[in-house]
Ligand binder design. Structure first.
Ligand SMILES: NC(=O)C1=CN([C@@H]2O[C@H](COP(=O)(O)OP(=O)(O)OC[C@H]3O[C@@H](n4cnc5c(N)ncnc54)[C@H](OP(=O)(O)O)[C@@H]3O)[C@@H](O)[C@H]2O)C=CC1
Ligand SMILES: N[C@@H](C=O)C(=O)O
Length: 262
């Protein structure tokens, strides 16, 4: 059986995921492409087989469906050729918090949080056992921006950042690389799917540029890759301030500002 490195990419039928598929095929990786739209997946798979002479499997799955998610989990657990997981599938939020329904909330969290976490959990033990493997999680700068107005979406992306930092601390000592990629507005269908005209946005990055930048971070084994952040020190300062806050936590007693004056 071939030991060719294989990348499993979720949300691979279009946008960032489809671009990751192009790039990893160019790099000679075999692929497993996951999404709901089988026709688009099949067309991309055949083109990449023809153009790049790599093996491409299509795994049609709705990652908000428990049975489909379990199928993809099993593939990650059982297929030893897969050593890269691109946890990319995601959706944005349509409307404000008050316009959300139980179903829209459940769908957003099921895709952006549950499926991403479950797939990382399916891959991590085998990667750790092998002492190798990469897990790439697609977050968003919106995870830093409650001002953006997509409160649930942004919260899902803040989750992705936190999870990636935690997984990196746990898995890097076992030889597993973890990367969180945080794009800003990037020209894909996600906007139209959320009912937003991408052409109304002032600045939008081309998807090829986003993924190529994310892969620079991947090749450098960077933990947090924020392609649109031109002042890298902003992130290091933010994360340093976070760690400073933790250092100032005194758990035994409430801070003076919360203590009733006698
Ligand atoms: N574009 C942007 O501005 C930004 C995007 N991101 C993040 O990047 C990631 C990719 O987004 P982007 O490429 O822009 O989005 P697109 O909407 O262009 O693509 C989303 C992909 O996810 C798949 N997908 C959607 N729902 C499901 C589902 N229920 N089950 C399985 N697959 C599903 C879609 O395929 P199908 O419909 O065939 O299932 C598609 O392949 C997301 O996590 C997003 O949050 C982060 C910051 C900015
Ligand atoms: N997907 C975009 C918001 O809809 C983003 O994360 O910027």
């Amino acid at each position: 059986m071939t030991t060719q490195s294989t990348a499993l990419i979720t949300g691979a039928s279009t946008g960032i995921g489809a671009t990751y598929a192009e790039r990893f095929a160019q790099r000679g990786h075999d692929l497993v492409l996951v999404a709901r739209d089988k026709a688009r997946l099949d067309a991309l798979a055949q083109r990449l087989r023809d153009e790049r002479q790599v093996a491409v499997d299509v795994l049609q799955a709705d990652l908000t469906n428990q049975a489909d998610l379990a199928t993809v989990e099993a593939r990650l657990r059982d297929d030893a050729r897969i050593d890269i997981l691109i946890n990319n599938a995601g959706m944005a939020q349509s409307g404000g918090f008050e316009q959300q329904t139980a179903e829209s909330i459940d769908r957003l969290i099921a895709l952006n949080i549950t499926s991403l976490t479950r797939l990382a959990a399916a891959a991590a033990p085998r990667f750790a056992q092998a002492g190798a493997g990469s897990i790439v999680n697609l977050g968003s700068v919106v995870g830093f921006a409650p001002e953006f107005g997509m409160s649930i979406y942004g919260a899902t992306k803040a989750f992705v950042l936190f999870l990636s930092q935690g997984l990196s601390l746990e898995l890097v000592p076992k030889g597993v690389y973890v990367q969180a990629v945080l794009p800003a507005a990037t020209r894909t269908e996600i906007w139209e799917r959320a009912g937003i005209d991408v052409n109304t946005l002032t600045e939008v990055m081309d998807v090829d540029e986003l993924v190529d930048a994310a892969l620079v971070g991947f090749d450098r084994r960077e933990l947090i890759t924020i392609p649109p952040l031109h002042v890298a020190e902003r992130w290091t300062a933010l994360d340093g301030a976070r760690q400073g806050l933790l250092a100032d936590i005194r758990q035994a007693h409430a801070a003076d500002r919360y203590r009733q004056q006698a």
